[in-house]
Design a protein around this ligand. Structure first.
Ligand code: NAD
Length: 371
């Protein structure tokens, strides 16, 4: 037997991956397919991961980012595509989980040739992967890819107008959680600490402000904090101070992995609900939050607005219909919290169990009858 093939140039530390250890990767979680896509002439190096097609084609964004190396890109694409399976399943949508990452700096390396090559790569999956925009890619980039493949999001006219669907979903999750945790039907006067004022965080602040919430915000980009102060009467704090903010709700809308051993003890909020993906540094931090009496709304439920939007576009793509559809996150969150209270299981465990039940049922329906 030959020795395991080690990809030249991959780091030798614990995060590195040999080709033969792919199936043991900590983020692998039984992915159906992981593809390495390369087009030298177009300057494209990308990974496409399809976690599950049990419920339907894998749907998920294309992230373009200057990853340190392939190992970092692989860990990211695996974690994110799994998250997409969970978002679609918890919302009972007919999609699976997929994600792609392009290795490169979008400001420097993104060219029409690269986008065409990515479109051709998506086409080769024959509809098993539907590509959407994400960090480093835009609706305009999808339009270029659409000349090569029809398996893209945002294909309708109305969908070309960017709508803050993720922020709208997070707002609805916060409203459901506030009703559950604080036994009140509005958020007026509640203090919400929002970390990150980008595509999700800023419109979320606007929605919260319109409903009378008080805002404490942080962003590493001072111009964004200043804008929130001026436009939304927000109080801004330095980036690291957001964990100490006197707030009822903490809403992480910047990076993943922010809830850890150092930050959880500092939180004043009794509720955590935000738009960032993979907010828990490790799975055990869900229990750490609960031990402090903090209710944690699963990130993949709160931030599932994008996949609901995609589904709704195929039914009725008017903005009012899309926002009404995304608002389902409120009822789904409420039902998870009710089941959590009834069973004593934490909300994340309840949501994970619902996802597992739906995936198992879908796989059972697909399994050929035994001979
Ligand atoms: P974005 O890049 O538009 O905004 C992120 C913001 O966070 C930026 O303003 C950035 O300056 C700020 N930031 C970075 N580090 C920070 C720190 N340490 N403290 C405070 N602020 C910091 O990104 P986005 O599209 O708003 O996405 C935010 C998060 O939500 C990401 O985790 C993303 O994966 C997740 N998400 C986004 C969408 C979407 O529709 N955009 C959907 C689902 C999940």
């Amino acid at each position: 037997m030959r020795a395991p093939a080690v990809r030249p140039g991959w780091p030798a530390d614990a995060g590195s991956v040999t080709l033969l250890s792919m199936f043991e990767h900590p983020e692998f979680d039984a992915h159906e397919m992981v593809a390495f896509v390369h087009d030298r002439a177009a300057g494209l190096s990308a990974l496409v991961a399809i976690h599950s097609t049990a419920l339907g084609p894998g749907f998920g964004g294309c992230r373009m980012y200057p990853y340190r190396d392939e190992a970092e890109a692989l860990a990211d694409v695996l974690r994110l595509s799994r998250g997409m399976t969970y978002k679609a399943a918890i919302c009972d949508l007919p999609y699976g989980g997929g994600k792609s990452v392009i290795l490169g700096d979008p400001r420097r390396d993104k060219t029409p040739a690269l986008l065409h090559a990515m479109g051709r790569a998506v086409e080769r999956f024959g509809g098993r992967y539907i590509i959407a925009d994400d960090v480093g890619t835009s609706l305009d980039d999808l339009a270029v890819m659409r000349s090569e493949t029809r398996h893209t999001a945002a294909a309708t006219d109305a969908a070309k107008q960017p709508l803050p669907v993720t922020a709208w979903g997070v707002l609805n999750a916060i409203q459901a959680a506030v009703a559950h945790a604080f036994a009140r039907s509005d958020i007026e006067g509640l203090a919400v600490a929002v970390q990150g004022l980008g595509h999700v965080g800023y419109p979320l602040c606007r929605f919260l402000r319109e409903r009378g919430a008080r805002l404490v915000v942080s962003d590493v980009d001072a111009a964004r904090s200043c804008r929130a102060e001026a436009e939304l009467a927000a109080a801004s704090v330095p980036a690291d101070a957001i964990y100490d903010a006197e707030a009822d709700v903490f809403s992480p809308c910047a990076l993943g992995g922010v809830l850890d051993d150092a930050t959880i003890p500092r939180l004043k909020a009794r509720l955590v609900c935000g738009g960032a993906n993979n907010q828990l540094a490790e799975a055990r931090h869900d229990a750490a939050l609960a031990a402090r009496g903090i209710l944690y709304v699963p990130d993949y439920l709160a931030n599932a607005g994008g996949v609901i939007d995609f589904h709704q576009e195929s039914i009725d793509d008017r903005p009012s219909a899309v926002l009404a559809s995304v608002a389902r996150i409120r009822a789904i969150t409420a039902s998870v919290l009710v089941r959590s209270a009834a069973t004593g299981q934490r909300p994340l465990a309840v949501a994970d169990a619902i996802v597992a039940e739906r995936l198992a049922a879908a796989r059972a329906r697909r399994r050929p009858p035994s001979a």
